[in-house]
Design a binder for this molecule. Sequence first.
Ligand code: 5AD
Ligand code: SF4
Length: 450
Amino acid sequence: MPSFIFHTYGCQMNVRESEAAAKALLDAGFTAAPDEASADIIIVNSCSVRQKAEDKALGKLGLLCATKRERPNRVVGLMGCMAQRLGKEVFKHIPTLDFSIGTRCADRVAPAVMAAIHGEHTLAMSDLHAQPDAPTGHVTEGAFSAFVTILLGCNRRCTYCIVPDVRGDEWSRPARDILKEIEGLAAAGIQEVTLLGQSIMNYGLRTPAFDENEPPSPGGYTIPFPRLLEAVAAIPGIKRIRFTSGHPSGVTDELIRLYKEEPKLCHHLHLPVQSGSTTVLSRMRRGYTRTQYLEALARLRQAAPDIAITTDVIVGFPGETEADFEETRTLMEAAQFDNAFIFKYSPRPGTVSATWEDDVSEEEKSRRNHVLLDDQDARGRALNASLLGSTQTVLAEGPSLRNASRWSGRTSTNKIVIFKPYDGLQVGDSVTVKIGRVAPQTLYAEDCID
Ligand code: 5AD
Ligand code: SF4
């Protein structure tokens, strides 16, 4: 049977959808290729969030399709956000592409591969206002952790963001389906789940697109997000729960209570701030001020003093002045982020901010980007250094990729720790180690400092 490989760009939602499509291909009898050179079928799962992400995927597809000259039977397909955004236009860019499948319909990938083998092109877009079928679960043999999508789409409509246009209206999967999926994952050996949604704390809220004539989730009911977390925590075999991405408005008393009382809820939250300037935040339509963001952080840290907070920041948003940028700098210092992803603003077609002048020059965006990266680098080093000599508890995840005689695990705060395994150590076991050395992305146990 032909073999396949995925190249996945973008966020975890895409990773999850590539996994679902891969599962369907395996079920249909295809095999996973060990590398691109040997693959008969190559599928690019694309991201549209910045122009650069799209350019990368298009470049990759162009190169892959060029290999079809020597390998006419090779199948090259596209899925994900860029496929959804470009529709049939993608075939103008790359006429020899075999298929293009939008978001929310990873189940169409396997049929498209089969059609391509018979020489047929497929173009499939999803209806972004429809309630999609719940994606099915998938476990890699021996895996410790799995992603579970609980909320599709996004209704927030931040002025810079293309996500609502490519992933559609917010739709909460019925809680019953989510819990059943996680029970299945736990039965297959998964011990950690990461719940996914663009604006995940909106899970279970009624959304305008669906609340006129119908309940929010036909076929089952949703429950408020903190209740869902409790229900997941009650599933036997699940030891850890992570979720992403957060928004300050979701840092409710109920969630704070869970951070205090639910030991399975990991002490790491990705809470994108985007800017430290209230003026810019309001033009981004983020729905919070600088002060409200910092207050949410303070509440989280009061409930869970060791909580790690990571964030996303955009530099060079239209109208961002030097003073606005300085506010972002000072906010990042005040927030003491454990990690931060810094992006240069990229106007996206169809968004509100794309109608405004992109008035911060490319050089200035790059400069601001570097300033924040340098600041964060120093902050990350200092935070890591403060962990030297500390005692950390990790759940063992398996042999380290670099050195199989060592194992790696993560703390509840999502730090990777390398340690020496003891006889009989099993995936998921809780191991307590003293930190003997720190590197920017990794902590090493005392017995692994060489
Ligand atoms: N330009 C630059 N960065 C963007 N992001 C979203 N839209 C844009 C854009 N138009 C960033 C945000 C978001 C992350 C996934 O990508 O910081 O949190
Ligand atoms: Fe990229 Fe956003 Fe699509 Fe994720 S949802 S792949 S970040 S455009």
